[in-house]
Write a protein that binds this ligand. Sequence first.
Ligand SMILES: [Cu+2]
Length: 124
Amino acid sequence: MALAVLVVIGVFAFIMFKNRKPETSSFSTAEQTSQENKVTYTNSGYSPSELKVEVGATVTFINQSDSNMWTASNPHPIHTDHPAFDSRRAVTKGETYEFTFEETGTYDYHNHLSPQHEGTIKVE
Ligand SMILES: [Cu+2]
């Protein structure tokens, strides 16, 4: 019986201690979840060239260049690293391509029509 009382007191003390965490720690997560997962493609390539997202995130690739954008995983031209990550057609100026990253990992990609333009999505 005395042991049960001690356990109850212990749990209560633990909860009180937990609630005393510094308040600053609660702000960082709000910033992370509000960021938008967008990559813009212009005449000079993908921006940002490296983007970190959480697993399950959908990334939107926006073509703002004067040419077509065919986003696909490396290596060019076979795209075998992540075969599903491939728009499979040219996305014209003003159009977007979306892909949802269901697994963690590093996804290197390029524009199949201008393979010197590369980028990386890091899924954590
Ligand atoms: Cu390619």
